[in-house]
Design a protein around this ligand. Structure first.
Ligand code: NAD
Length: 347
């Protein structure tokens, strides 16, 4: 098990803030992985860990992912992430107090770090942070924020699916295509509705079958997803659904959905390519929520500017697919390369 010293010694990021919050017996880690493209930005995760070092490692890993994600999204931000490693998930006034103290910590970073919600945090917590600093995205609409990013993420995924259809089939028209949406939650339900409006047949799967039934033309059992015929498999539930076992079973031409960290390991990108399944890199296609919060809260975008920016996710994917074909690499590699080019150009 690596210690703080070992983790800090081998990290390639710019700055780490380690704060002990005695009142709640918690550790707070803020990792600024890169500020090459702008202030570091990333969500705040509230979680219990076996050891404080596990929380630091999570913040480091996630902040590096944000550098790549935000660079490909074309936003003027670098990658960051914060973890509040708590002994148990706090509620009520204790929770609000913790987020106020954390808000003071974010404020003390002077605009070098902007945060938003992540696992176990939401717009109410961002409202509390917003009492102490303006460097926060994702506050509730009542507090002047952009509210729930899920529907914007769904619009970005919808454009990403259209670009993927165009690349795989020569037409981006969803009409008559079959899309299997796994996870009929915040993003999946909105995505299913956009696809059905465009004439696609939507198969929906959810561990809560009533949710799937409410959004799909047909329900697929949650454990039958990988064996179901479809044009597009859209993972919108949980991560790591693409691995050696599931990829061998897939009966789709495209994987394009919102879930984070869809590949269980990097080699899964090559496994998909070997099966000629077009993979929309997760962090590219699911950036719509981040793009929307930035535009609505930071730039004061109108609806037309938001629409154009979300549509650009499709254009970015087209570029990535063409680059992967040209270079004979996976789409995941092509996306990482695009991020690296943008970051080094800024440096
Ligand atoms: P959500 O919690 O609202 O919905 C997830 C749904 O998946 C739920 O209905 C749940 O019952 C279902 N589910 C859980 N396990 C399942 C399984 N094994 N099989 C089928 N269904 C299952 O979450 P969300 O906000 O819609 O996000 C979905 C995914 O997209 C998550 O991986 C999230 O990290 C990612 N994501 C979301 C956003 C956003 O803006 N909300 C942005 C980027 C990425």
């Amino acid at each position: 098990m690596a210690s703080f010293e070992e983790l800090l010694g081998r990290w390639d990021g710019e700055r780490t803030v380690i704060h002990r919050d005695r009142d709640s017996d918690s550790w707070i880690f803020v990792c600024l992985h890169s500020t090459a493209l702008g202030p570091a930005a990333g969500g705040t995760r509230l979680k219990t860990y076996d050891t404080p070092a596990d929380g630091l490692r999570d913040a480091m890993r996630l902040s590096a992912g944000m550098t790549t994600k935000l660079a490909v999204a074309g936003l003027p931000f670098g990658g960051g992430k914060a973890v509040l490693a708590v002994p148990e998930i706090p509620q009520g006034e204790a929770r609000r107090d913790l987020f106020r103290r954390y808000g003071d910590l974010v404020a003390s970073l002077g605009g070098s770090f902007f945060t938003s919600s992540d696992v176990n945090t939401g717009s109410e917590d961002m409202d509390v942070i917003g009492e102490r600093t303006e460097h926060v995205f994702g506050r509730s609409e009542q507090s002047g924020g952009g509210g729930n990013p899920g529907p914007h993420t769904a619009v970005g995924v919808y454009y990403g699916i259209r670009a993927s259809l165009a690349h795989a089939f020569g037409s981006d028209d969803p009409s008559g295509r079959t899309v299997l949406v796994q996870g009929a939650g915040n993003v999946g339900a909105a995505l299913a509705s956009l696809l059905r409006d465009a004439g696609a047949r939507v198969l929906a799967a959810d561990v809560d079958e009533a949710r799937a039934a409410a959004v799909g033309d047909e329900v697929v059992a949650a454990d039958a997803v990988y064996d179901s015929d479809c044009d597009v498999y859209a993972p919108c539930a949980l991560g790591a659904t693409l691995n050696a076992g599931t990829i061998a079973r897939l009966r789709c031409r495209i994987v394009a959905g919102s879930a984070n960290n869809q590949l269980e390991e990097p080699a899964d990108a090559e496994r998909l390519r070997a099966r000629e399944i077009l993979y929309a890199p997760d962090y590219v296609i699911n950036a719509g929520g981040a793009i929307a919060l930035f535009g609505l809260e930071h730039e004061g975008w109108q609806q037309s500017q938001l629409d154009a920016s979300l549509a650009r996710i499709g254009e970015t994917l087209r570029e990535i697919y063409e680059s992967a074909d040209r270079e004979g690499t996976t789409t995941a590699d092509a996306a990482d390369r695009l991020a690296a080019v943008r970051i080094s150009a800024a440096r």
